[in-house]
Design a protein around this ligand. Structure first.
Ligand SMILES: *Cc1c(COP(=O)(O)O)cnc(C)c1O
Length: 228
């Protein structure tokens, strides 16, 4: 298949695949938001997508995002920036000021800190709870069996606006059953948004009900350094 000459062409190709996946698993097809994951890529490689009208992006490191997005947000209206990597509480203030959606809320200390910083800054961000859907010891996220209670804690105790769940399934296994499980937990928790699926598996994720897919390398090319 044609891999696309530039980020905008590749975006069109990915959007086409999204539409076909939606048609296959509809009707009615759920809305799928494509989060363009721009981690490790500098602003000049991101600007073509902004110029082409794309507005939803994901970054996994606060420090790196601070180096490019304040300028980009000045130049383009309507950007929605998602934090998709682990957040340390000592970076929560900067994260709340810069990002629009935090996809990686996964422990009570972070929920408490985010709530405080949102109060301090007057910015009420949408939050997704990250679920460690494969119960992998090395992975971030709340354990699946504790996810329902944690969503409730985030809402009732800290008044966080939890609108979705996010997961990264185990690398070496078929992702479908994990995506399906996240969907089940989301329905039980009463949240509507599901961030799941990356370059390699976003079509399966759409089949399982993803509302947000996080696509990096298919748009920007292979990352030269590993970025967890
Ligand atoms: C890097 C990253 C992605 C994008 O991965 P690709 O395989 O390049 O599409 C998605 N989600 C998270 C959490 C990531 O860290």
């Amino acid at each position: 298949m044609d891999a696309g000459e530039n980020p905008l062409e590749r975006l069109a190709i990915v959007k086409n695949r999204v539409a076909r996946a939606q048609a296959r698993f509809g009707p009615p097809p759920q809305k799928v938001t494509l989060v363009a994951v721009s981690k490790t890529f500098p602003a000049p490689e991101i600007r073509p997508l902004l110029a082409g009208g794309h507005r939803v992006f994901g970054e996994n490191r606060v420090q790196e995002a601070l180096g490019k997005w304040p300028d980009l947000k000045q130049d383009y209206d309507g950007i929605e920036l998602h934090l998709i990597g682990p957040l340390q509480t000592n970076k929560a203030r900067e994260a709340v000021k810069l990002f629009d959606v935090i996809e990686t809320v996964d422990r009570e200390k972070l929920a408490r800190t985010l709530a405080r910083e949102m109060k301090n800054t007057g910015r009420q961000l949408e939050c997704f709870v990250q679920v460690n859907i494969g119960n992998e010891t090395q992975k971030a996220g709340i354990e699946a069996e504790n996810a329902l209670e944690f969503v409730k804690t985030c809402r009732d105790k800290y008044a966080l606006n939890v609108t979705g769940l996010m997961c990264i399934p185990p690398l070496e296994e078929a992702p479908g059953p994990y995506f399906a499980r996240l969907n089940t937990i989301a329905r039980q928790a009463g949240v509507k948004k599901l961030s799941m699926g990356m370059s390699a598996d976003f079509e399966v994720a759409i089949e399982m009900g993803a509302t947000h897919i996080r696509v990096g390398s298919l748009l920007f090319g292979q990352r030269s350094k590993p970025a967890a």
